[in-house]
Design a protein around this ligand. Structure first.
Ligand SMILES: [Zn+2]
Length: 95
């Protein structure tokens, strides 16, 4: 691991993996499909050092469910933006 690549955090204690000095595979249960998955050491390195995830972050969804969740959020944002645009247009007509 390369701690200099980590997102800065105020260090009131470090996460276990950081004081240990290396990443290790972590077993976790996906919160959506409730299946056991492995958050691999490799994936953690990417998450913390490349994606700059918060050092206290933990895996909560498997890859599949995370993709579904991302799509759901993107769609929600799109609908929200569309609604806002419509509202603005209406206000423009009235005003
Ligand atoms: Zn899942």
């Amino acid at each position: 691991m390369d701690p200099s690549q980590l997102r800065p955090f105020n260090s009131y204690g470090a996460p276990e993996w950081l004081s240990r000095g290396y990443y290790a595979d972590v077993e976790f249960r996906c919160r959506d499909c409730h299946e056991e998955h492995t958050w691999t050491a490799e994936a953690q390195k990417w998450y913390f050092e490349v994606a700059k995830g918060v050092v206290w972050g933990q895996a909560s969804r498997c890859r599949t469910c995370a993709a579904v969740e991302r799509a759901r959020k993107a769609e929600a944002r799109r609908v929200w933006a569309e609604g806002l645009a419509k509202k603005r247009a209406r206000q423009g007509e009235e005003g």
